[in-house]
Design a protein around this ligand. Structure first.
Ligand code: NAD
Ligand code: ZN
Length: 353
């Protein structure tokens, strides 16, 4: 379809049509001396065979990390650097990040610092990484449970989005990505939000993925370093990140990023109703859609202090104030809203009730 063309980003292309064949074309340019593919256990198993098939006899070395957020830390980063050294990577090497947001964030960070920076591309294999993590040039790792606290703004040389990968993705991971797609509608495009809320989101179409990437790409192109409008993408993330971190520390089966962001969007929609003009009807609509899609997570009053502590450490804050991106209506964001502890607690109680 004519809507699915290649998107131009910050000096690189985002490929959609037959994206894996584009990877092969990309590496045949003769620009690189060596190729390295970074996977985790799952993408090594489910996604690497598809890539290998397209790459034919192209020679590459493999680096594999464990699956899960725990791998996004300095120890695994050192592991990647050491493998690159052992394999003899030089400055004309290319790192191909084949995986979800953990692989693209860690791989992008490792590449952006190795020998002061080697080129990398993303082949995102989760819905979340296709519509969000692979686009925008943020790389990073966690320290303890502080997410993305160390990182760089470094653009990939290309992003290849192939929907084939979504076929092996567990349902819960699909829904994790759907939360970001719904967010794109809520902040920028009421029509897209309406389309999504009426669709079967257990199987997002290629058009929907494309639309979300187009929204995110437009925002990051206008404001690559998050000085103003890129903050729109933080809707749901001040509270969502805190809930995600809390769950990572305290729960055996912790929330996915999208599940936590869905909770954050409900709370922050409530704050939007209180502070920035979202109507009660719109608040109810957002709450109903998200409550139906995502499992209910028990927020108890005893958790509030810890959640607020986590929010205070958020790197989005300036001068110690907790800052939220809110909505003024569905399809229109409103950045830089300072929220008091009382307001934040009230919004958590709104979710809990
Ligand atoms: P993930 O990379 O951990 O992937 C989720 C799970 O799916 C993993 O177990 C993985 O092994 C598995 N998997 C991946 N592809 C698969 C496939 N095709 N088939 C079967 N299993 C597959 O997590 P994620 O949700 O993709 O990304 C979350 C991370 O992304 C977080 O660390 C978050 O901070 C980061 N993120 C970064 C940005 C950014 O702008 N850089 C934006 C959003 C999120
Ligand atoms: Zn997110």
């Amino acid at each position: 379809a004519d809507t699915m063309e290649t998107l131009q980003s910050n000096n690189y292309n985002i490929y959609f049509n037959d994206a894996l064949a584009e990877v092969a074309r990309f590496i045949e340019q003769g620009k690189y001396s060596r190729f390295f593919v970074l996977t985790d256990e799952n993408t090594g198993k489910y996604c690497l065979p598809l890539l290998r098939e397209k790459l034919g006899d192209a020679d590459f070395d493999l680096i594999e990390i464990n699956a899960g957020e725990e791998s996004k830390d300095i120890d695994f980063c050192i592991g990647v650097w050491k493998m690159l050294i052992d394999f003899g990577a030089d400055r004309k090497s290319l790192l191909i990040n084949l995986g979800g947001g953990v692989v693209s964030d860690l791989g992008g960070f490792a590449a952006s610092t190795f020998k002061r920076g080697i080129d990398f591309v993303h082949v995102p294999t989760t819905l979340l990484s296709q519509v969000d993590a692979s686009v925008g040039g943020k790389t990073g790792i966690d320290i303890d449970s502080i997410k993305n606290i160390i990182g760089t703004f470094t653009q990939p040389k290309a992003v290849f989005i192939d929907y084939e990968f979504l076929k092996t993705l567990p349902a819960r991971q699909i829904l994790s990505g759907t939360a970001e797609m719904l967010k794109h509608g809520l902040i920028c495009d009421a029509e897209y939000w309406s389309l999504l809320k009426e669709s079967d989101l257990s199987q997002p179409t290629g058009e929907m993925v494309y639309k979300s990437v187009a929204i995110k790409n437009k925002v990051v192109l206008e404001d690559p370093h998050e000085r103003n409008i890129r903050k729109s993408l933080n809707f749901g993330h001040t509270i969502g990140h805190a809930v995600e971190t809390y769950s990572l520390i305290n729960d055996e089966d912790s929330l996915s990023h999208g599940e936590a962001i869905a909770i954050g969007m409900i709370c922050e929609a409530y704050l939007s109703y209180k502070k920035t003009g979202l109507s009660l009807d719109e608040l109810n609509e957002i709450t109903d859609v998200l409550m139906e899609l995502y499992p209910f997570y028990q927020l108890r009053d005893e958790m509030n202090d810890e959640l607020l502590e986590i929010m205070k450490k958020d790197k989005k804050n300036l001068s110690g104030n907790i800052n939220c991106t809110l909505l003024s209506k569905i399809g229109q964001f409103n950045i830089d809203n300072i929220c008091t502890s009382d307001e934040l607690i009230e919004s958590l109680q709104y979710y809990a009730s």
